[in-house]
Design a protein around this ligand. Structure first.
Ligand code: NAD
Length: 258
């Protein structure tokens, strides 16, 4: 079913670590042309690219801070210059930035959290849109935008994570508008919404804190980064999900059922 991902041009923001990194690996194994992005190159970049470029896939590292609108524009341009267009955009970059209760939130923190989690996805989508539309027209199928939501987008988030949770809820909502007004352009919009995944995102937690969270999850454990990747492949593949748009797929081991 995933054969149609071979040669697809897939840009994944925030993909040097964690869930995004596992997605880069999965698309490369499907023979896709993949843009791996982070603010700076990971230490193992050379060996990673050598390994991933050894098969049918092609991976390029494109640095950019996607919380900055101008850098989003430049990232899209750099990807298009390298691969000639965009078929799939995955707005994966995101994070807490920090944990602050309401009395400690100032304008700088508000901007930092919303820039990273909301503005980045908006600006990446805006600049990618003409290329996604061109992709859909040329292929006669659909292009795909996949955003990363969160369990926090439903439940308001943990301590000090109100702005992060609100930004994820914003993403859950804004795609409804994009579906209504851009389906005519041949673009599908879907969200992958993780529960608690054991990635560097949770580097501030020790093993006991993670075990405590695991006890609240029916599956009894945190998710692994590679367990999100098949959902990205599914939403990216027209053959698999060509009539699916505007959906949120929760991947959380039963941790939360909206
Ligand atoms: P992570 O912190 O492990 O990795 C984040 C990646 O984003 C890294 O590659 C980092 O370099 C990159 N990044 C951070 N800021 C960036 C910026 N300004 N510009 C470009 N790249 C940037 O996070 P993760 O756990 O892999 O999370 C991936 C996505 O999934 C995020 O949107 C996150 O909010 C969401 N999510 C994660 C969890 C979880 O439990 N891990 C739960 C729900 C949602």
């Amino acid at each position: 079913m995933y054969n149609d991902l071979k040669g697809k041009r897939v840009l994944i923001t925030g993909s040097t670590l964690g869930i995004g990194r596992a997605a880069v690996e999965a698309f490369a194994r499907c023979g896709a042309k993949v843009g791996m992005n982070g603010r700076k190159a990971p230490a193992d970049l050379e060996s990673t690219l050598a390994r991933l470029n050894d098969g049918e896939g092609e991976v390029a590292f494109l640095p950019a801070d996607v919380s900055n609108s101008e850098e989003c524009k430049r990232l899209v341009e750099a990807f298009v210059a390298r691969f000639g267009g965009i078929d799939v955009l995955i707005n994966n970059a995101g994070g807490l930035v920090g944990r602050k209760p309401i009395d400690e939130i100032d304008d700088g923190f508000f901007d930092a959290v919303t820039d990273l989690n909301a503005r980045s996805a908006l600006m990446m989508t805006k600049h990618a849109m003409p290329h996604l539309k061109a992709s859909a027209q040329a292929s006669g199928t659909t292009a795909s935008v996949i955003c990363l939501g969160s369990i926090a987008g439903y439940n308001g988030g943990g301590p000090g994570a109100s702005l992060y949770a609100a930004a994820k809820a914003w993403l859950h909502n804004v795609q409804k508008n994009w579906v209504t007004y851009h389906t005519k352009d041949g673009i599908r919009f879907n969200i992958v919404s993780p529960g608690t995944f054991d990635t560097p995102f949770h580097a501030d937690k020790n093993d006991e804190a993670k075990a405590q969270i695991a006890r609240t999850i029916p599956m009894g454990r945190l998710g692994l980064a590679e367990e999100c990747a098949p959902a990205f492949l599914f939403f990216a593949s027209h053959a698999c999900s060509g009539y699916i748009t505007g959906q949120i797929l929760d991947i959380n081991g039963g941790q939360f059922m909206p």
